[in-house]
Design a protein around this ligand. Structure first.
Ligand SMILES: Nc1ncnc2c1ncn2[C@@H]1O[C@H](COP(=O)(O)OP(=O)(O)OP(=O)(O)O)[C@@H](O)[C@H]1O
Ligand SMILES: [Mg+2]
Length: 240
């Protein structure tokens, strides 16, 4: 059984430096530490270039830190090989990106069930699971359409269905509403709120205050440093 009070994510003194050709380097994350417990809903905010996507890519095991410790569901990620990391990603993590990242020439059902191909799941079973996931995001009946035949908000819901197909512990979303209008953003945020109520931990990056308001907790990054970590509702209270 999952211990609801145990961290799903623990980072300690996380640093990331990008090394460029010609000997240049840029320190982008500086001693960032925090933990996220099972079932939390966290918004990561900060100015453009502050290091949010860099942090998300490390948390999502798409990249590695330069130093520091990252434990995902109690396991130290830094000790793992790339193929271990790919396995962890497949088992524990769902991703949602700003630009949806759908395959435009494949049907919606194919897009949703894509992660199952790597697990050797049969075509019939993949379709069945895609239908179930599309129901969770209120897109029943759209299985056989192409992404070009649905709206942007619907495309993002397809991406969320794809993120759900492996039954992940956690969903990372980097600016999931960045390409959507405010009404559609609200619909997507309601969907994330429902998924969070079902027990999925959600960590999302956003620039928008309205979007961050759906989260219970906020972490603010400024120039690679964590400068706020606490209830979203309390952020900025001392300045008012
Ligand atoms: N692969 C990379 N190689 C070198 N520098 C990088 C790389 N990725 C990001 N950076 C640099 O790291 C800094 C932080 O980038 P990052 O994408 O994490 O910011 P961000 O907070 O997500 O910004 P935005 O809000 O614009 O998405 C930027 O100065 C960026 O140029
Ligand atoms: Mg970014």
């Amino acid at each position: 059984m999952v211990d609801k009070n145990s961290p799903v994510i623990e980072v300690k003194d996380l640093c990331k430096t990008y090394f460029m050709p010609g000997g240049m380097s840029q320190s982008v994350l500086k001693n960032v530490s925090f933990a996220v417990n099972h079932g939390e809903f966290v918004a990561i905010m900060g100015h453009s270039g502050s290091g949010k996507s860099t942090l998300m890519n490390i948390l999502g095991c798409l990249d590695r830190s330069t130093s520091g410790v990252y434990k995902l569901v109690g396991q130290a990620v830094s000790d793992k090989t790339d193929s271990d990391l790919a396995h962890i990603r497949g088992q524990k993590i769902g991703f949602v990106f700003q630009n949806f990242n759908l395959l435009m020439k494949r049907t919606i059902a194919d897009n949703v069930s894509l992660p199952l191909i790597y697990q050797g799941v049969s075509e019939k079973e993949r379709y069945k699971r895609a239908v179930q996931m599309l129901e969770r995001v209120q897109l029943t009946g759209y299985e056989d359409r192409l992404p070009t035949q649905i709206s942007g908000g619907m495309q993002q819901r397809v991406a969320i269905a794809r993120a759900l197909i492996n039954n992940p512990e956690i969903i990372f979303a980097d600016e999931p509403t960045g390409n959507l209008d405010s009404k559609t953003s609200d619909e997507i945020m309601h969907l994330f709120t429902d998924l969070n109520k079902q027990g999925i931990t959600i960590v999302l990056v956003t620039h928008e205050d309205d979007v961050a308001d759906y989260a219970k907790r906020m972490i603010k990054i400024d120039d690679g440093c964590k400068v706020y970590d606490g209830p979203r509702a309390d952020y900025g209270k001392d300045k008012k």
